[in-house]
Write a protein that binds this ligand. Structure first.
Ligand SMILES: [Fe+2]
Length: 151
């Protein structure tokens, strides 16, 4: 069974006008931005910025489908759910139980480390992440050296 513990982030796709987007949110609206917790190789390839709020983040992702980031994430080609497009990310109590629940319900998904991506019935990408603050989490982070710590 899936137990969603909280919202981690929502992501806005901004395939153009990244500088204007950053100016609008950061300078005009005064939103705080934070260092992106993604591998350095992706940080260099994928334009964007993360906005931090008390109750979660909004990610602005600049991704051209033909761009270099697709070469880095070639394993995602043809998979359900697009982490580079607009999506909603939920923390879950147990990522392994979440995967089993998707399997049991014959829902397509793909998994990268502690992240699972699927789609809702209208095609909106949904992301699940192991909640690192959940005390009963069965999932042990198999830390990819390219990824920063989940905490
Ligand atoms: Fe995401």
């Amino acid at each position: 069974m899936i137990n969603i513990t909280r919202i981690n982030h929502c992501a806005i796709a901004s395939r153009t006008k990244m500088e204007e987007m950053k100016y609008f949110y950061e300078d005009l609206l005064g939103v705080t931005t934070v260092k992106r917790d993604i591998p350095e190789k992706l940080d260099k390839l994928i334009p964007g910025f993360w906005m931090q709020f008390a109750n979660g983040q909004i990610h602005v992702i600049g991704c051209d489908d033909s761009g270099a980031e697709r070469k880095v994430m070639a394993e995602l080609a043809g998979k359900k759910g697009d982490p580079m497009g607009p999506h909603t990310a939920f923390y879950v109590e147990d990522i392994e139980a979440t995967q089993k629940h998707l399997d049991d319900n014959n829902l397509e998904y793909f998994r990268m480390e502690g992240f699972i991506f699927t789609s809702d019935p209208t095609g909106n990408t949904v992301e699940f992440q192991q909640d690192p603050d959940w005390p009963s989490a069965a999932y042990e982070f198999q830390q990819d050296p390219d990824w920063p710590s989940p905490k």
